[in-house]
Design a protein around this ligand. Sequence first.
Ligand code: NAD
Ligand code: TYD
Length: 352
Amino acid sequence: MILVTGGAGFIGGNFVIDWLAQSVEPLINLDKLTYAGNLNTLKLLEGDARHHFVHGDISDRGLLGRLLAEHRPRAVINFAAESHVDRSIHGPDDFIQTNVVGTFNLLEAVRAYWQNLPADDKAAFRLLHVSTDEVYGTLAADDAPFAEIHAYAPNSPYSASKAASDHLVRAWHHTYGLPVLTTNCSNNYGPYHFPEKLIPLVILNALAGKPLPIYGDGQQIRDWLYVKDHCSAIRRVLEAGQLGETYNVGGWNEKANLEVVHTICALLDELQPRADGLSYAEQITFVQDRLGHDRRYAIDARKLERELGWKPTETFETGVRKTVEWYLGNSGWIANVTSGAYRDWVQQQYGV
Ligand code: NAD
Ligand code: TYD
């Protein structure tokens, strides 16, 4: 079996669902259930004996040691993290605690387990660490996309904490020989995305008749990857990645934020038009920019394609349509996440 951390979050949840749909191999899912963790995402798996959910923290080395000893996974995939840049600006403490200290504790627990495995199991074992393109910092308009050799230059508390975790993972390989793999992926979007991030926030605000907040001039560029493509890249790297290597994962879909928001508005105009016949784009509102806002991210995913034969299957146009349709069809999931802590966050960040 495999052990996944953070599997009640956006990407981890999609990964768990896809894994169990495509493989007979059971999975332990360790998640702290922070505001971003949501067991409703995993509702489809109720009654599936291959899914063992454990409520716990990656910083809890004792718990990790017990889980590893009991279940003897052949691989650990680390999704657990604090992941929202705006929250990291308001309060970086949890980012350091989970992303840096938590990853350190995970590495130590996994090292203790791995060291004592029989030779064949030890050789086959993998720890895959899921990271972000944001560790590379920002690009100018005409810079080449981030390749794996690009220097780390993180600019936000979030990206700095992820960069620190990547460095720890790298060092545990070089120093102790721990069999690690790291993926650095661009912005994901798709089903089960918590509506504090741009794409789900815009869909839900549009439908609720609320402003669509664009930071600064809206010309910041991100590369967007449909979450299911990220999950397939992780499966491929786990299967065939070279130990100690890092792989950049991206969708070849660079878009300015304003263009992303206009695309969503046009899809909603088509699929669920406003009662007054006007476009949802009428709700676009320019708001104060994010502190230290990175201007452009772009991923060069050629290593993953060349060495492991992975390519994304969705374009932005196909993926964003699926995403809008998913949000229109899943009001139960949405009602559940948009209560309580989520409302407090919206009040603090946007004052509405
Ligand atoms: P998310 O915030 O939706 O989910 C994070 C999950 O981790 C939640 O279920 C949360 O409860 C859990 N968690 C948080 N702290 C924990 C702890 N101490 N112990 C155990 N569980 C804990 O995040 P996401 O968007 O799904 O991102 C998953 C991973 O992918 C993160 O490492 C993130 O840095 C990385 N990543 C995200 C993106 C993106 O666009 N969302 C892009 C590239 C990489
Ligand atoms: P986000 O989804 O938070 O991802 P990240 O910061 O990790 O790239 O934001 C994506 C882009 O959208 C980013 O440039 C910030 C911008 N943005 C807005 O313009 N308005 C918003 O309300 C949010 C949440 C993000």
